[in-house]
Write a protein that binds this ligand. Structure first.
Ligand SMILES: [Fe+2]
Ligand SMILES: [Fe+2]
Length: 187
């Protein structure tokens, strides 16, 4: 695997992060980060994007959160800087690094879609898609934090709505049935 070193780095950091979230089962890697990477590669192939930029962007997209969830509000900016440090050390070109950074900087729902390159769309859509694919992980995460059922429901419902809204039209079309089914189940 071409980027195994980075997969290992993020998986290890995710296990440390899970403990800070009152959870010991490695769920963030298994149910969020790894699915995001897989979805991003699938979308890169489907939409004709640069697979390497997309894969590395997806690997590092939540890196700053894993180091400290207090970075949450700013994790897209900080994560891009942290990834740059790692990639520079490993000799990647500045052009490649800048394209990876833009994927990390623009992966969040608050960023307007029209600004996206096709690689940024793949990472942002993959992130959103993983929330739809792993609703149970989201609910469990809030529950592990001690939140009550209504809060878990409301948090997840809001997250799913935002995730779907930020997807490209093409990816929304792919996931419309799943989105509507999830919305029917949530309170
Ligand atoms: Fe994120
Ligand atoms: Fe994410």
């Amino acid at each position: 695997m071409k980027y195994k070193k980075y997969y290992d780095l993020i998986e290890e950091q995710a296990a440390i992060y899970d403990k800070t979230q009152n959870c010991n089962i490695g769920q963030t890697w298994k149910y969020h980060l790894f699915p995001v990477i897989q979805n991003a590669i699938m979308l890169a192939e489907k939409y004709g994007a640069d697979r390497d930029v997309v894969e590395v962007g997806a690997i590092f997209h939540d890196y700053a959160n894993l180091l400290d969830f207090a970075n949450s509000d700013n994790h897209h900016i900080l994560g891009a800087e942290l990834a740059e440090g790692v990639l520079l050390q490993d000799g990647f070109s500045q052009e490649f690094i800048d394209r990876v950074k833009s994927c990390i900087q623009n992966h969040r729902a608050s960023v307007v879609r029209e600004k996206f390159t096709i690689e940024e769309i793949c990472v942002a859509d993959a992130d959103a898609l993983s929330h739809l694919d792993n609703v149970v992980e989201l609910i469990c995460w809030r529950a592990y934090l001690g939140k009550d059922i209504q809060e878990c429901n409301d948090f997840v419902k809001n997250k799913i709505k935002k995730s779907y809204a930020k997807m490209s039209k093409e990816t929304q079309e792919l996931t419309k049935d799943k989105y509507e089914s999830i919305m029917k189940v949530l309170l």
